[in-house]
Design a protein around this ligand. Sequence first.
Ligand SMILES: Cc1cc2nc3c(=O)[nH]c(=O)nc-3n(C[C@H](O)[C@H](O)[C@H](O)COP(=O)(O)OP(=O)(O)OC[C@H]3O[C@@H](n4cnc5c(N)ncnc54)[C@H](O)[C@@H]3O)c2cc1C
Ligand code: SF4
Length: 314
Amino acid sequence: MTNRIVSEIEYNIPSTLEEAILIASQNTQRCKFIAGGTDIMPNKFQGNDITNHLIDISKIKELKGIRKDNNYLYIGALTRLDDLKKSIDIREEFPVLIEAANSVGSPIIRKTATLGGNILCENRCIYYNQSEWWREAVGFCLKCNGNICIATGGKKACFSEFISDTAPALISMNAKVKLIEPDGERIIALEELYTGDGVNPKTIKNSTLLKEILLPLDQNFKCAFKKLRLRESLEFTALTSVVSINNKNTIRIVLAGVDPKPVLVEGKLNEDIEELIKKAIKGSRAVENDMFSRTYRRDMIRVFINNCLNKINI
Ligand SMILES: Cc1cc2nc3c(=O)[nH]c(=O)nc-3n(C[C@H](O)[C@H](O)[C@H](O)COP(=O)(O)OP(=O)(O)OC[C@H]3O[C@@H](n4cnc5c(N)ncnc54)[C@H](O)[C@@H]3O)c2cc1C
Ligand code: SF4
């Protein structure tokens, strides 16, 4: 293991899962894992992330690679977004994951960013993803220890947007995640990772390691993906929508970019689809904190879901 201090940040590079968990469990409050670094480093440079201990997991072999058994495809958390398309299993069984990954950032970001980092990336808001002096000038908001939400004027809730593009695709296909903690491993549905609270959007501790993502191999998903953004190049989402149907005629609608967590609505093919769309719109707590207006994004939810339904012939 290499150990050094960079500026005032302690930086460890463990080579095994056990080492990483041990270091993290000793510094739960102030450490974070770093994988590709494309999310956490900009947040550090802007003063949004103030943890002072980084644990670089990029050398841990157990977090790499893609394998399968009779039930699941297992994708290591360190799999780079750009490498997903190299897997025949993903190309054949879960192509929407490649489409979602290809919509993230730019080619260089996709060659650096990992799938684990993407589903755990920090929520965003136009009033939060700014330099420290900018945030200080307007008065810090709830997400950076201020006492008001600049977007809503409220004092209780933060509605920073959940912006991962791959998470909605994975959730639409019933993905699970394997988590490692000092007291052992557990597997949960991917959607259970998210709280819906914009200040603390994850249900796991900083010291919980995401090992791999599990996709079920027996459901023959048909899926469609659509992302709203200002330009068709490097751009965060203003609304990502994914619709899936499996071989039991279960429909899943998953949205990102319009709430602090992914919005999930599930129903059956024989149900009233319009009711499912209404539920998705009602469940989306979009506020005025994006380049597109709240009204426009909410109106586009119906358009995008219908577009996805058409693509998969529903
Ligand atoms: C210019 C730019 C454009 C971007 N565009 C998009 C976009 O369009 N769509 C999008 O979804 N994202 C976008 N991103 C955000 C980011 O690049 C991606 O989300 C990326 O996939 C993050 O992966 P990473 O490996 O770099 O994560 P990191 O930055 O290394 O980590 C992100 C977070 O996840 C945690 N983490 C990472 N791996 C693990 C693990 N295995 N276990 C536990 N915790 C872990 C870290 O502690 C950190 O909190 C963009 C970023 C930039 C800079
Ligand atoms: S939604 Fe409000 S509290 Fe949350 S980051 Fe934006 S301005 Fe801050």
